[in-house]
Design a protein around this ligand. Structure first.
Ligand SMILES: [Zn+2]
Length: 195
């Protein structure tokens, strides 16, 4: 089956927990899954551990920006029933297209997790490819402080002022990001503060 499902959401929506739960569920059914995650450094095919805040963890493959996911998968000794890819917003557009093509040619099912937009409210390039092409789109919901559904994220400094740095997203700094609805996001950018 070549189905590609894209779970998208904002930060801190619990995507990693969902991902590990999905891998666990496949294992319980006697099905095989592998997890792939984009790497920010140049290590290729390295194994790493993916962990969630609720204590689940599993090994995963890291892919660098030059790496083709199709090469990694076709090099495996056994085809997995499902390939789970975390943080797909960090993939390049060619990597996203390679993944989509591979799903068809190898009849490989994928479950993808990632952010839809960055803290400036702009789509991540790979995420927009998946929004446009995935067979199924599922929103991972989280709530804004005002009670509405959060769809956006702001990045801020310790004093609460808005950080509009150049990098699209900083890795490993979840404490400096806050998920908000579009309205609160717009007001925060306008005021230059999360308060
Ligand atoms: Zn709000």
């Amino acid at each position: 089956m070549s189905k590609v499902t894209f779970y998208y959401g904002t930060m801190n929506a619990g995507k990693t927990t969902l991902l590990l739960q999905a891998a666990f569920n496949y294992r319980e059914q006697g099905l095989t899954s592998i997890i792939i995650k984009p790497s920010i450094d140049t290590r290729i095919g390295n194994q790493a551990v993916i962990a969630s805040r609720v204590g689940l963890h599993q090994e995963c493959y890291l892919v660098s920006p030059e790496d083709k996911i199709s090469d990694l998968l076709s090099g495996l000794s056994e085809k997995p029933d499902i390939v789970i890819v975390d943080e797909v917003h960090f993939l390049s557009v060619p990597q996203a297209i390679d993944l989509l093509n591979y799903s068809v040619f190898a009849e490989q099912a994928f479950i993808l997790y990632g952010l839809r937009n960055d803290y400036k409210g702009q789509a991540f390039p790979a995420s927009s490819v998946f929004m446009a092409n995935a067979d199924s789109l599922k929103e991972v919901k989280t709530i804004c402080r005002c009670g509405k559904k959060a769809t956006h994220v702001v990045r801020y400094f310790e004093d609460g002022s808005i950080d509009l740095g150049h990098e699209q997203i900083q890795i490993g700094g979840n404490e400096r990001y806050r998920s908000m609805c579009r309205s609160c996001h717009t007001h925060s950018l306008e005021k230059g503060s999360i308060f």
